[in-house]
Ligand binder design. Structure first.
Ligand SMILES: Cc1ncc(COP(=O)(O)O)c(C=O)c1O
Length: 458
């Protein structure tokens, strides 16, 4: 990590002063976990936060500091933390047992809700994570088509399994130690910024089993793709018999109750789900066309005479995740919580852009619905925060959205002022973020920008 901007920073000093207990725990943790963390995205300078309690849109760290939380459980929270309906659902189930080693009612209700909400879901299979859901999607596509190659897009994140963990900003390099050459050779990392080249690859290579993408763009829309691009993929994959996989791990139930596919009006063959799916508990799911999903079906395999794909998983549809997931998806189906979160996301974008305009900082907030990002403009482009359209900029520009040298210090300065955004930087908004939370966030942002200005960083 380049820590040059942190040298002698008052922002770092202020953060360290407020978070002494987090620091002490982090130092202990370095003896337990590599880098003292259990997820790469918690790795931060000078040390990560230890959070002890979270409720609604707020969380409190080990030193008692309060934050408005926009990390949103990595996108898994639509009703904030410890929502009474989630607590009640999980409490009701925990005393009935956490693992019956049998089918159970909640898994059926949960699967029925997925079918109800996700337009392309003819059949559903639960997994324990989004990584696993994508892994199964890719295997299904290969088995269904009898072909080998996977096309995916630079910077689109699909978890950490072998097929998808190289050639992205998350991997940091074109290659990752430990991934065998045979896998790398069968994965084409394409550039969504060059649609004609993508089309040519899809039309010229006869060994492509699947195309996978985040349907609103890389990093769940930080580097957006247009609907035209997704439509081109849908059309060409259909013509060529290639399986189109939407990774809706973040966008599912968030962009709209039916995910990005419902919002775009474009249906994939397979969809990977996770995060909101289980209301903040761990789970994933793969769903899609019946004739592909039947590769997991004992009776279909016997009837049609094909070899079934095996699928196990001790915690697939575990009752606690099923309880929270069922309770949340039922509210999404019956109410307007996705719309409320989306509206508050747009309000945050507006509030942020007003601050950038008032402070004369050429940064801009943008996003779709409740997934929001800040374009930190590392190349100093002449932009108007109040009229920023990410799709009007070349993808090469948007790839640098979070690339300002002061972006990491901006995040720390926000923490010092009581706001936790993710490291993109961006904010995941929930239906319980209030107008007061957003006003407070705007105020904190003004102060954070003031701290960056005082250090001559912007
Ligand atoms: C778009 C996308 N796909 C897949 C994953 C992996 O999901 P999980 O962390 O549940 O394995 C993530 C996680 O952040 C994600 O954002």
């Amino acid at each position: 990590m380049d820590t040059t901007p942190f040298t002698n920073s008052q922002i770092v000093a202020a953060f360290e002063e407020r978070t002494k207990r987090s620091k002490a725990r982090h130092l202990e943790a370095r003896d337990v976990f590599p880098s003292g963390v259990v997820h790469d995205s918690r790795h931060m300078f000078p040390h990560p936060l230890y959070v002890e309690r979270a409720e609604g849109a707020r969380k409190w760290d080990a030193d008692g500091n309060e934050y408005i939380d926009y990390y949103g459980g990595h996108g898994s929270l639509l009703l904030g933390h410890a929502h009474p309906s989630m607590v009640a659902a999980v409490n009701a189930q925990v005393s009935l047992g956490t693992h019956p080693a049998a089918c159970h009612n909640l898994e059926l209700e949960w699967g029925q809700l997925v079918k109800l909400l996700i337009p392309s879901a003819d059949r559903v299979r639960f997994t324990s994570s989004g990584t696993e859901a994508n892994l199964m999607a890719i295997r299904l596509a290969r088995a269904f088509t009898g072909k080998n190659k996977l096309v995916r897009f630079r910077n689109h994140f699909h978890g950490w399994q072998d097929h998808v963990a190289f050639g992205s900003k998350f991997a940091g390099t074109e290659n990752v130690p430990g991934i065998i050459a045979g896998i790398i050779e069968n994965v084409i990392v394409a550039d969504a910024g060059a649609p004609d080249d993508v089309r040519k690859v899809l039309e010229s290579d006869d060994d492509i089993a699947a195309v996978i993408l985040e349907p609103t763009g890389a990093s769940s829309g930080q580097i957006p793709v247009s609907r035209d691009f997704v439509k081109m993929l849908r059309d060409v994959t259909k013509e060529r018999g290639i399986v189109l996989i939407f990774d809706e791990v973040v966008t599912g139930f968030r962009v709209s109750p039916g995910g990005a596919q419902a919002a775009l009006g474009l249906l994939p063959d397979l969809t990977a789900l996770a995060k909101i799916l289980a209301g903040g508990l761990p789970a994933g799911a793969i769903c899609g066309r019946r004739n592909i999903m039947q590769l997991l079906d004992f009776e279909a395999a016997e009837f049609h005479g094909f070899q079934k794909i095996p699928h196990q998983g001790t915690f697939n549809a575990n009752p606690l995740s099923a309880a929270a997931g069922t309770a949340l998806l039922a509210q999404i189906a019956e109410g307007d919580i996705t719309d409320v979160a989306n509206a508050q996301g747009q309000n945050l974008i507006q509030a942020w852009n007003q601050v950038f305009a008032d402070e004369k900082v050429p940064w801009a907030a943008y996003g779709n619905g409740s997934s929001t990002y800040i374009f930190t403009n590392p190349d100093g482009l002449d932009i108007d925060p109040l009229n920023f359209d990410p799709l009007s900029h070349p993808m090469a520009v948007m790839e640098k959205a979070g690339g300002h040298p002061a972006a990491a210090l901006f995040r720390l300065a926000l923490l010092v002022n009581g706001v936790d955004v993710n490291s993109k930087p961006g904010a995941i908004v929930s239906a319980v973020h209030s107008d007061a939370d957003i006003n407070e966030t705007a105020e904190a942002t003004g102060k954070a920008l003031g701290m960056l200005k005082a250090e001559g960083l912007i």
